[in-house]
Design a protein around this ligand. Structure first.
Ligand SMILES: NC(=O)c1ccc[n+]([C@@H]2O[C@H](COP(=O)([O-])OP(=O)(O)OC[C@H]3O[C@@H](n4cnc5c(N)ncnc54)[C@H](OP(=O)(O)O)[C@@H]3O)[C@@H](O)[C@H]2O)c1
Length: 261
């Protein structure tokens, strides 16, 4: 089997770490990043047939992201793998609270991570594949949320970022399709998952959000998806013939038997 290249952001914990583990077990080369290191993941990688290149970086820092993508492209040029998959998974929830309480610098940092970062990685990958005429088919999977579709009190920045990511997904897919290019771009709503983002949601003060009780109940009732299940469902979308470029899909609708909410 020829190794594919998977680029996974937000690999220090949560869904991103689970995605990396799963892809490594399948024997692929994973280029992973987050601000924090993940020595457990690096250790795990050595027990698999896969390969891990992990870089600590802040997606809000364009120069750091560029160095990361340069390393990916250098590798792709040498190896010429048929598959390059970028999974834009990293995200932050903060700042949370009604719009009049938002700090502009925190808003800017959020948008850099949740929207401008994925835009830059997508753009630089598509541009390199086209300019260098790499014989690779690119798939970009943007991890989104129901918050990109429905408003939630106190989460205007997160909702706006995810809505922006959804529209970016649809527009880039249209650009690729209009020129008969083979690259696919779609977005996945991964369900409600037992990660530190959920812990934060359960611990926010009532004046900041109005959905704390919902998240407390989901945790109490054992309704949160384990990270490895979420990762498997996200990866399943890659080979699911029902998922088309430009789609915004929800794992709860695609795989209702695996996500019993
Ligand atoms: N958990 C849920 O219920 C849920 C529901 C719907 C959608 N999602 C989406 O699923 C994805 C994964 O979420 P999660 O629950 O796994 O979140 P998480 O546990 O909070 O992990 C977020 C990851 O993103 C990284 N990250 C955050 N800011 C970054 C930055 N500036 N630069 C680089 N990396 C950064 C974090 O690493 P560092 O802090 O080390 O940088 C971490 O690895 C996100 O897109 C989220 O919006 C989650």
């Amino acid at each position: 089997m020829q190794k594919g290249i998977y680029i996974v952001t937000g690999a220090s914990r949560g869904v991103g770490e689970a995605l990396c583990r799963s892809v490594l077990q399948r024997g692929h080369h994973v280029f992973a990043c987050a601000r924090s290191a993940n020595p457990e993941l690096e250790c795990f990688a050595t027990t698999t047939l896969g390969e891990l290149s992990y870089r600590s970086l802040d997606l809000g820092n364009y120069a750091e992201s560029r160095k990361f993508m340069d390393a990916v492209i250098r590798h792709a040029r040498g190896a010429g793998p048929p598959t390059i998959c970028l999974i834009n998974n990293a995200a932050q929830l903060s700042p949370v609270g009604p719009a009049e309480t938002l700090d502009p610098q925190e808003v800017a940092a959020h948008i850099l991570t949740n929207l401008a970062g994925p835009m830059y990685l997508t753009s630089s990958l598509l541009s390199a594949v086209s300019e260098l005429r790499l014989n690779s088919r690119v798939t970009v999977v943007n991890i989104t949320s129901g918050a990109g579709k429905s408003p939630y009190f106190g989460r205007s920045v997160y909702c706006a970022g995810k809505a922006g990511l959804d529209m970016f997904t649809r527009t880039v897919a249209r650009e690729q399709a209009d020129r008969n290019l083979p690259n696919r771009v779609f977005a996945v709503r991964p369900g409600v998952i037992d990660t530190s983002m959920q812990t934060l949601s359960r611990n926010l003060p009532n004046e900041a959000t109005h959905d704390r009780e919902l998240f407390l109940r989901l945790k109490r009732d054992g309704k949160l998806l384990p990270t490895d299940t979420a990762a498997e469902l996200i990866l399943r979308t890659l080979d699911d013939p029902r998922v088309e470029s430009g789609d915004i899909v929800d794992v709860r609708e695609l795989y209702p038997d695996d996500v019993a909410l």
